[in-house]
Design a protein around this ligand. Structure first.
Ligand SMILES: Cc1cc2nc3c(=O)[nH]c(=O)nc-3n(C[C@H](O)[C@H](O)[C@H](O)COP(=O)(O)O)c2cc1C
Length: 426
């Protein structure tokens, strides 16, 4: 059955069921046996009307040239893992306790020795000044305002030094292990000098994922000027003006070392294949931990065996993550995997659930299942594209409000009271 509706407030976690409809035109979603088509709601054109991640996603889609939107929104192969990362939460129900007398709610957590006012932080993501001209500056300031951690990517577009000066709240530097050891050493030294609190080594990008949306759109970094891309820039003049007439795009920590940090357009897949070291192993990770000397995290752990090895090499945390479904399609979702890992190493290492989080209840389910905190990428990237710093603040405020409300409804006043008794898997 197909229904044409002007406005359907989609459950954010139904976003994963969207077909790969590129750019404008009606969006199709399948709910049960019904196929629902709806037009982009014009009421989403303002930030203040965005009440959830899906609203912000639609606003981002409206504001960004197609290739850039699909770089954020897309994932690997058939995007099955990407979809499952969020839908996994739907297969688990919450069992609330009532008459619990919840007056004050404390949602703070401590992860890797860092106290966070929110139980979710901003995962490191690449190329942020492509999405909004303020890029990492906007996300860092918004994260500081909410007292949560800001993660910056090795492929960041603002320097570590500048971020270090700008915010005083916890900061994570995400490290890619390059073939060029001098580049690796320089990155570690710069992160240390800039006062970054934690270092996360990404371990799931030994090669690039097959991101087919990027193949269709021809996405490169920086954007390559072709007839097709010029058309998409021309139809998004406000983005184009900001991109072309403000500060030049660059990969701040790579630019002095390689062509890929410059204005030569490359695909992200080529960057992974050409520059990252595919021989990276556990000894390299252990040596990096020692070189860093501070709180150290492995980002992209999925198996219990690897979680145990992370403990063995002295890591302080693991991010249970499949890179937001952008690498190995068919990989299990972080939420499906979290209890197994928590049972094995939960007492020995901080476990962070990374990926798929779109609602406050997702955060609470992940923590009840054994995570210490959550992190997410798209939950703030859509909002960065939709509205810069106020957009990211909107996204974090929406999640904070949901978490606070949901804790009250669950009958808990403190994050530490969440436990498996409150979960039932269908
Ligand atoms: C546009 C985009 C760029 C990303 N860039 C990086 C990166 O440079 N380094 C990294 O370790 N992870 C990167 N990630 C993965 C995120 O850190 C995170 O694992 C993922 O977004 C979690 O899934 P979610 O978007 O569903 O929250 C990126 C994700 C997106 C969506």
């Amino acid at each position: 059955m197909t229904m044409a509706t002007g406005f359907v407030a989609l459950n954010a976690s139904k976003q994963h069921q969207l077909n790969k409809s590129f750019d404008s035109g009606p969006i199709t979603t399948i709910i049960g046996r019904q196929t629902i088509e709806y037009e982009h709601p014009t009421m989403f054109r303002r930030l203040k009307d965005c009440h959830n991640v899906e609203d912000l996603r639609l606003l981002a889609k409206q504001r960004l040239p197609g290739p850039i939107f699909h770089y954020i929104d897309g994932a690997a192969d058939d995007e099955i893992t990407y979809q499952r990362n969020t839908s996994a939460f739907d297969d688990c129900d919450l069992v609330p306790n009532v008459l619990a007398g919840v007056e004050e709610v404390d949602m703070s957590v401590t992860v890797m020795g860092q106290r966070l006012d929110l139980p979710i932080f901003c995962s490191p993501t690449a190329l942020q000044r492509l999405f909004h001209h303020d890029g990492e500056r906007a996300v860092a300031r918004a994260a500081e305002k909410f007292g949560t951690m800001f993660g910056i990517s090795a492929l960041g577009t603002v320097s570590l030094a500048e971020i270090g000066e700008m915010i005083s709240t916890p900061k994570m530097f995400q490290f890619y292990f390059h073939k060029d050891r001098a580049l690796n050493d320089a990155m570690v030294q710069r992160a240390q000098a800039a006062g970054f609190n934690t270092l996360a080594l990404t371990v799931d990008t030994i090669t690039g994922g097959n991101r087919e949306r990027d193949l269709y759109t021809g996405f490169t970094s920086p954007p390559r000027l072709t007839l097709k891309s010029l058309f998409s820039f021309a139809t998004h003049p406000s983005w184009a003006m900001n991109y072309f007439f403000r500060e030049a795009f660059e990969l701040a920590e790579l630019k002095d070392f390689v062509q890929q940090g410059s204005n030569v357009a490359v695909s992200i897949g080529d960057y992974f294949a050409e520059m990252l070291d595919p021989t990276m192993n556990w000894s390299d990770a252990e040596a990096l931990r020692a070189q860093w000397g501070g709180p150290f995290c492995l980002k992209g752990i999925m198996s219990v065996a690897d979680a145990r090895k992370a403990v063995d090499i002295g890591a302080d945390a693991i991010m249970v993550s499949n890179h937001g479904g952008r690498q190995l399609d068919g990989s299990r979702s972080p939420f499906d995997q979290i209890s197994e890992i928590a049972d094995a190493v939960g007492d020995d290492i901080d476990i962070i659930l990374d990926g798929g989080v779109r609602r406050g209840t997702h955060v609470l389910k992940a923590i009840a299942a054994g995570a210490k905190a959550c992190s997410g990428g798209r939950m703030y990237l859509y909002s960065l594209a939709a509205g810069g710093q106020p957009g990211v603040e909107r996204a974090l405020q929406n999640l904070k409000t949901e978490i606070e409300r949901d804790m009250r409804l669950l009958g808990v006043s403190n994050i530490s009271q969440l436990n498996r008794e409150m979960l039932r898997h269908r």
